[in-house]
Design a protein around this ligand. Structure first.
Ligand code: GUN
Length: 283
């Protein structure tokens, strides 16, 4: 039997259309558009592509996109000064500093300098703490998009066994928190885990965010499992996920493709967070 393919592209398009309606209502009420500032340091090709797509999607949703491009050798002080200016600019509702940053800049210091109430990436330690303690805040976009996709195919997540593969601050850790919030039983496996396949075999839900091309094989999966593949790995044969799609599609109950699965959800959730921020700030 072949799995249901979770169409993240179509789901994200629907979400973006609803956000655009919300933006229209916000503009009427507030007399301005929500504003998202995106900061790109250097010219990393992948980051440049992401920043361009974020800007395009922001404008398409009727929001203001403010882009700041800084040279790779910009000083940490200059970057922090820009963040401070954006923090106090009333036209800016969301601030995103594209990661990774050049090695001479302390990423954590920059993230921590962003006003937590404009931190639409949800990376600030205050927002991580809010997520962990159940307080309202901003949730990182990629894991939030994964939960929306899971809910689109599963009637309830409560009580399900979930395995998150990878423990990054951007995806793995917040993903585990979100699944816990949905009352899943959550296991996080990582590079030091002794027997990764043994954990995955028990999982009703697998979220793969490890950055290793096609690592997770179909015969590691529990039949009928829902598989969310966050991986975007560039290989000689093109873009592939962290899951070996060809073998997994015969075992899983539902699975996201790469591309066209989680990827489009990240930007849609960023727009959502920006609209939510604008609403709170005008509130
Ligand atoms: N680099 C890769 N993904 C992301 C993201 O979601 N936000 C930011 N700021 N940088 C990233």
């Amino acid at each position: 039997m072949s799995a249901t393919i979770i169409d993240g592209k179509a789901f994200a398009a629907g979400l973006r259309a609803r956000i655009a309606d919300g933006v229209t209502a916000f503009r009427t009420q507030a007399g301005r558009a929500p504003g998202l500032a995106v900061v790109l340091v250097g010219e990393d090709p992948a980051s440049s592509v992401y920043v361009r797509s974020k800007g395009k999607a922001t404008r398409e949703a009727g929001m203001e996109s403010i882009e700041h491009r800084l040279p790779a050798d910009v000083s940490a002080d200059a970057l922090l000064a820009l963040v401070a200016t954006l923090n106090t600019d009333p036209a800016i509702d969301g601030i995103l500093v594209q990661l990774p940053l050049p090695r001479h800049i302390d990423e954590q210091a920059v993230i921590s300098a962003i006003d937590p109430d404009k931190d639409v990436d949800g990376f600030h330690p205050i927002n991580a703490g809010r997520l962990a303690t159940g307080l309202p805040g901003f949730v990182p976009c990629t894991p939030f998009g994964c939960v929306l996709l899971l809910k689109s195919v599963l009637p309830s997540l409560s009580g399900l066994e979930a395995v998150v593969v990878g423990r990054s601050n951007i995806v793995g850790k917040p993903m585990a928190q979100l699944l816990l919030r949905e009352s899943c039983t959550v296991t996080v496996v990582h590079s030091r885990t002794k027997d990764v396949p043994a954990h995955i075999r028990r999982a009703d839900i697998v979220v793969a965010a490890v950055g290793i091309p096609q690592m997770i094989k179909g015969d590691w999966l529990k039949p009928g499992a829902t598989v969310i593949d966050v991986g975007i790995n560039r290989t000689e044969t093109g873009l592939v996920g962290d899951v070996d799609f060809a073998s997994a599609v015969d075992v899983a109950g539902a699975i996201t493709p790469v591309p066209g699965g989680v990827g489009p959800m990240t930007i849609a959730c960023l727009l959502r967070n920006t609209l939510v921020s604008a609403g709170r700030r005008e509130g």
